[in-house]
Design a protein around this ligand. Structure first.
Ligand code: PLP
Length: 455
């Protein structure tokens, strides 16, 4: 079996020419976005006030299985794609497991994560529409970095609202964004009405993604020639991220390898939705079966302890309502929670698939995640992002189970990025100062009680 190389690359000619739209093959489609005022499905015209026109079409398209990747985007992808699909021989050996472990590594671009795959697509459509610029939010900073790179490439203005705790803890992320020409504002800020309101109600708050989203939307809607773009959760983002799964599947197919299980971390669901897309497509069409596992932090457990219901996507309650697994839009994870994966909701596509039993979810505590991260760094060499390390943790656990049972399972997991900007979190871990705060049932019930009443 050792004829499988450590890294499987694709030729340029083998790279995907179309994204795969998972929703086309779903019998139960994800529920539509609703207007927060009327509770009626959002129309293309309503969505077009906030989002770029072509992206609205993609958002609403649940019938076309393939959507062509424009040549300009494919040309940009060629600069850093295909991303390597790695056979983790060193990790397998270290774990002394008969399991075969593969990971798709999305961290080999300057932004350090998979987010660039969608950022470049969104910037392209904004440019094509003749816009001046875009606004967005960023939590841990990866999305803001990816978007600033994409906007620099297409010469668009880029305004980023960065969750305050990250703005302060990750000054170098901020400077990368400014290097690519973006303006970065800590959120909540005094630049927006919603920011002022949140600051008045919660002075000293360290911010949340939901709050930064509200600010970015307010500025996009109120500024001529601007639209808002989002780096996760939305259908369009999952669509762009399908390039991850399409490449991974093409690479594995070259060697006749079929994964038994596919594991990914889940924040808003974009990398996982992208990685599993073509595999889930086969599962939905009844052509193949795979175990698919979403891994989330125990401190922000949308799938495993959330409610499947319509909820606001943002704290300010200005965005459309989405039906998803949610903890409630007011949920703010404990400030010691490291890295990303702190969004209160989840992609409505993945939520529907989870609800219908097509995938599983597990939650893992923070220190166990960093233990796995360190073990991975020491064996495979790559220093992983804390988010990615959630998937590593469960992949290692599954490989250890194989070591006990002797089963030769094939595991594929998504290694979404590198952790060079997360060294404050690594430092806490090394100094034994990291704790595993897990919200109580009472706390979660309080937030769940604020879900909008639907009739
Ligand atoms: C943003 C991010 C995630 C989580 O976002 P998803 O939309 O759930 O994929 C995971 N890993 C890294 C490195 C990220 O930057």
């Amino acid at each position: 079996m050792s004829e499988i190389p450590y890294k499987i690359y694709l030729e340029e000619s083998e790279m995907p020419k179309a994204w795969y739209n998972l929703r086309a093959d779903m019998k139960n489609k994800p529920a539509p976005l609703l207007n927060p005022g009327t509770h009626q499905p959002m129309t293309a015209a309503e969505l077009g006030v906030v989002f770029c026109d072509e992206l609205v079409k993609q958002e609403l398209n649940d019938t076309d299985p393939y959507i062509e990747i424009p040549q300009e985007i494919r040309d940009f992808y060629k600069m850093y794609r295909p991303s390597p699909l790695v056979r983790a021989y060193c990790l397998e050996k270290k774990l002394n497991t008969p399991a075969k472990i593969y990971y798709k590594f999305e961290g080999n671009n300057t932004s350090g994560s998979h987010k660039l795959n969608s950022a470049i697509a969104q910037a392209y459509y904004a440019k094509k529409q003749g816009l001046k610029g875009v606004t967005t939010e960023t939590g841990a900073g990866q999305w803001g970095t990816a978007l600033s790179m994409a906007c620099a490439y297409f010469e668009l203005d880029c305004k980023v609202f960065m969750v305050k705790v990250s703005y302060e803890q990750k000054p170098f992320r901020r400077e990368v964004m400014r290097t690519y020409g973006a303006s970065v504002t800590p959120s909540p800020s005094m630049e927006t009405e919603i920011g002022k309101k949140i600051l008045a109600e919660h002075p000293g708050t360290t911010g949340s993604l939901g709050c930064a989203i509200s600010e970015a939307v307010e500025v996009a809607v109120g500024t001529e020639g601007y639209r808002y773009v989002l780096g996760s959760v939305l259908n369009q983002v999952l669509l762009h991220q399908s390039v991850i799964g399409l490449e991974a599947k093409a690479a594995l197919d070259k060697y006749g390898v079929k994964p038994d299980m596919i594991i990914g971390c889940a924040g808003g669901g974009s990398n996982l939705g992208g990685l599993i897309a073509p595999f889930m497509g086969e599962k939905l069409r009844g052509e193949a079966d795979y175990r698919i596992i979403a891994v989330e932090p125990a401190s922000c457990p949308s799938f495993t302890r959330g409610t499947f219901a319509y909820d606001f996507c943002d704290t300010g309650m200005v965005c459309p309502l989405a039906k998803m697994y949610t903890l409630g839009s007011g949920f703010i994870p404990a400030p010691n929670h490291a890295g990303g994966l702190r969004y209160h909701g989840m992609s409505s596509t993945l939520s529907q698939l989870y609800h219908d039993g097509y995938m599983e979810a597990v939650s893992v505590p923070q220190t166990a995640v960093f233990e796995a991260a360190e073990q991975f760094a020491r064996t495979e060499g790559i220093l992983p992002a804390p988010e990615s390390s959630h998937a590593i943790k469960v992949a290692i656990d599954e490989a250890k189970k194989c070591a006990e049972t002797g089963e030769e399972k094939t595991i594929l997991f998504g290694l979404t990025g590198t952790g060079y900007f997360d060294m404050v979190a690594y430092e806490k871990f090394h100094d034994g100062k990291m704790d595993d705060y897990i919200p109580t049932d009472e706390e979660l019930a309080q937030y769940a009680a604020t879900l909008p009443k639907m009739d």
